[in-house]
Structures are given as C-alpha cells and as structure tokens.
Write a protein that binds this ligand. Structure first.
Ligand code: GH3
Ligand code: MG
Ligand code: MG
Length: 480
C-alpha cells in the first residue's frame, strides 16, 4: 500500500469502527437482503461483508457457514478499492484471484460480483456481494438490483448509526437531567435547612418561595404567601417600602444590605440584617432573592456593651458622691480651655474652694452629714455655672470651678453669688456651710494652666489665714 492508501485505510477503519457493527449478532433485516440478492442473481452465496484490518467479517450471509475469512483471500477487499460494481466472471482465469484458497479449494469460487457500501463520510467499509461456484455473468437488471440492495444495506447502517448517536444523546440528556435534579435537590435543602430567613420574589413582587424560617418569622403557613405580593399580605406602609427597595435592588447588580428592627409573630422585637440581590435568568427576566440573619443577640450584646462603656466613662470622669467631674477631667479641661483662651486672647478665670471646718462637722454630726453637705454644695455649683464652665470636686472637701470668658471681676460676682446662695441653702445637720475661696485669672504673664491653679490655691490659703468664709483674689490679679 502506498502512503495515500494507508491514510485512507486508517480513515476507512475509523469509519467502520464508528458504525459499531463488527461482531454484532445476526439481524433479520440484513439476512433478508442477502437472501433477496442471492435469489435475484441466482447465486448460491451472498454476503454483507465488512472489511476489517486483517479479516473480512460477514454481517449477514447465505450459502456460507463461516462468519469471517482472512483478508488475503478477500474479493471484497478488491471491490472496495473502487466505487462501482466489481465483477469477476471467472476467478480461475484471473491472475489476481486464481491462487486464492477459496478458489483452488472449497467452496471453489468462480464468479464474484460486489457492490461497495459507502458511509456518508465517503468511506467504503464493505460490500454486498453475490458469489457462484461456476463462471457466469449478470444481466443488467440483476446488476441494478445488486446496486439498489447495496444502497439498502447502507441505509440500514446509517439508520443504525443515527439510532446509536440518538441513544448517546438521550443517555447524555438523562445524565444531565439527573445532575440537574440532584443540584436542584441540594439547592432546595440548602434553602429549607438554612438557619437564615430565605425568600424569592418575582419581578412583579410575588413570593415564589420562602423557607421555614421565613414562615416562622411571620407566623404563616408554608404556602400562605406563595403567589402573593407584599401589598396583599402586609400593612400598606411596610409593603410600599418593601416594593420601593425591591425595585431599586432589581434595577442594579449589587447586594443591598439593611438592618431592620421588626416585630416577629410572637410579638417580640427582633433585629435583622437583610441582604437583597437580583438573580438574572437566561430568559432575560430577574428574580429578587432575600436572605436575612437574626442579629438580635448581637445587637443586645452591643447595646449592653455600649451602656457599660457609658457607665465606665461616667465612673472614670465623675465623682460618685456628687456627680461632679473629678480632678482628672478638671485638669484635662483646664489644659484644653486654657490653651484656647490664651491663643485667642479670651478672658479665663478659676476659682479654688475649700469647705471651712469640715473635719469638725464630720466629727460632730457624722460622716453621712458630711456627705450630705458635700452633695448640697455640688448641687449649688452645678446650678451656678454656665454652659462651658466646669465645676469639679478635686479633693475631699475641695472644689474648683473653671470660668470661661470671665475676668477677675466676673469671678468675684460668681463667688459672691455662690456664697449668698450657700447661706440660703440648707446643707443638712451642722447648719450653715461656709467656704474659703481663691480666685485667679489669666494675665499676659501667665505661662501655663498649672501656674493659674497655684495662684488660685495660694489665694485660697490666704483666705483661710484671713479667717475663712471669704474670697481672696490672687495678687497677680489684684488690680482688677
Ligand atoms: P479647714 O477649715 O482648715 O479647711 O479645716 P477642715 O476641717 O475643713 O480641713 P481638714 O483638711 O482638716 O479636714 C477635711 C476633712 O474632710 C477631713 C476628711 O475626713 C473630710 N472628708 C474628706 N472627704 C470626705 C467625704 O467624702 N465625706 C465626708 N463626709 N468627709 C470627707
Ligand atoms: Mg481641705
Ligand atoms: Mg477644709
């Protein structure tokens, strides 16, 4: 064989194998065709032969007992080398065949006529042939019949191949369907068993599906809302809002996240984090999908934490007994407000205050009476200061007041008024409560807030020395 023939032979064998017919059982439809061929041509033998790599195999035959023979004694191998009817009238006289064992001995072939069977791809995979043991010829109508019958064989083989590819497609389809069904089952149980609330709505707002958690939230039946819109099952205002959001979500391709506070079927208020997003279908329509996570416990925890933080903050910044700011906050505010005042040339004063003879009050009337007096004074201080001022308890019976945008004269007015109020206030057992006060105001020479505190303390000390129940202005501010 030359190279082209080898290439053709490879393609031919592939075409033959793809028919998947070799070594299959006998089939009446082929048997009938060979019987008809033998009858019409008046020959004792007829076969539908398929030419394999090194043998020829008979799909159907009459007059033969074997089902295959080696290719080196194959007449059909010669027949399939050309497209038309191949006739050998006397093999004993033909040098191509006279040495064939099936010519020299049984069955003693003399006459052969074979019509190649061609696949749609143009490969000749075998032949329909008639064989006789005596030399002879065929009439034109016998030749025609043989050609027609070969076409019938070919038609049947094609049908068989089509049936096979249909079966393959069907099997593929069956597998796909099974796969889809199992995927859909996975999805369904995913939604069903999901601990979160899941639902789907159509573009026109009808509920397509929802899970047990969703039904539980609204206290409804598994089917109750299917095919209904929010406007049919929820209060008007809620439905309006839901529809507005759904349309917004359907119009874009993002996940919409909202936190909601709503009442569940049991009447409890719950917190939900809700996610809504569109699912685009292949037919161009969309579905709105929603998932909601119950975050009530997290929200409660967060709330408790922030309340605890506020309490902690209060504890750290205020004095438990009086509710006034403590020394730490007073100093912080002092530092900040002093800096602002100095930078902007604002007036700024502080008042340092110490209760007179407090030890004696405690000793005589008891600690509780002392506490009561401290609270009474704190209340007065809170009432006297303006917004922006800071009143703080900076020690046991010591208080400081920061007076923003206030000069010494203003501080004196504040102090005098406070003392007058104190005289008029019932501070519990022990009678009238008096305080000694030192006043210091920001001047051009004050370099820092600590200096101002020292001046006020010095002035307070002088007030004590001078007989208590009075105020003294720091010498630095004496001229005002
Ligand atoms: P002076 O007029 O010189 O200021 O004399 P004083 O007795 O007020 O001052 P001293 O510093 O001798 O005593 C202050 C007292 O304040 C002593 C302390 O027990 C009392 N004290 C401090 N903190 C509290 C408190 O929270 N509650 C009560 N009830 N007393 C307190
Ligand atoms: Mg004191
Ligand atoms: Mg005192």
């Amino acid at each position: 064989m030359n190279t082209i023939e080898e290439t053709n032979e490879k393609g031919r064998l592939e075409a033959l194998f793809s028919l998947d017919i070799l070594d299959t059982p006998e089939e009446p439809e082929y048997d009938e065709l060979v019987r008809l061929a033998a009858q019409i041509c008046g020959t004792p033998i007829s076969t539908v032969t398929l030419v394999d790599a090194d043998r020829q195999w008979f799909k159907a035959s009459v007059g033969l007992t074997v089902r295959e023979t080696p290719r080196n004694v194959s007449f059909c191998s010669h027949a399939i080398r050309q497209p038309g009817l191949f006739v050998v009238e006397n093999a004993a006289r033909d040098p191509r065949f006279q040495e064939f064992s099936n010519v020299t001995s049984a069955p003693g072939i003399r006459f052969y006529a074979g019509m190649p069977i061609e696949t749609p791809s143009g490969h000749r995979v075998g032949a329909l042939c008639v064989i006789d043991t005596a030399p002879r010829t065929l009439t034109e109508s016998q030749k025609d019949a043989l050609i027609i019958l070969a076409r019938q064989v070919r038609g049947r083989m094609e049908l068989r191949a089509k049936k096979r590819s249909l079966e393959t497609a069907l099997e593929h389809n069956r597998q796909l369907t099974a796969e889809l069904r199992s995927q859909s089952m996975i999805f369904q149980s995913f939604v069903k068993k999901n601990p979160n609330i899941c639902f789907f709505k159509s573009e026109d707002g009808k509920y397509l599906a929802y899970n047990a958690r969703f039904a539980e939230l609204f206290g409804i039946d598994k089917q109750a809302w299917l095919g209904k819109t929010d406007h049919q099952v929820r209060p008007q205002a809620v439905a309006d809002e839901a529809r507005r959001l759904d349309l917004e979500v359907l119009a874009q391709d993002e996940v919409n996240v909202t936190i909601r506070h709503l009442q569940n079927a049991a009447g409890d208020m719950v917190w939900h984090k809700a996610f809504k997003f569109p699912i685009r279908l292949s037919d161009g329509t969309s579905i709105l999908a929603g998932v909601a996570i119950d975050i009530t416990r997290e929200m409660e925890k967060e709330q408790a934490l922030s309340e605890a933080n506020v309490r902690l903050e209060q504890l750290a910044t205020t004095d438990a007994l009086t509710g006034l700011y403590n020394r730490r906050i007073f100093e912080q505010r002092m530092a900040a407000d002093f800096a602002i005042a100095r930078r902007n040339g604002l007036l700024f004063s502080i008042v340092a205050m110490d209760i007179d003879n407090f030890k004696k009050r405690n000793d005589t009337y008891g600690h509780a009476a002392g506490d009561e007096a401290l609270r009474a004074l704190a209340k007065l201080l809170l009432r006297s200061v303006r917004a922006g001022d800071v009143a703080a308890r900076v020690g046991g019976e010591e208080f400081s007041v920061l007076l923003a945008t206030t000069d010494t004269a203003g501080a004196k007015v504040f102090t005098t008024r406070l003392q007058a109020m104190l005289r008029a206030t019932d501070c519990g057992p022990g009678g009238e409560l008096t305080v000694s006060i030192g006043i210091a105001s920001l001047t051009a020479s004050t370099s820092n807030w600590e200096e101002l505190v020292i001046h006020a303390d010095d002035a307070l000390y002088q007030a004590k020395r001078a007989g208590k129940n009075r105020f003294v202005v720091s010498p630095e501010n004496a001229s005002s």
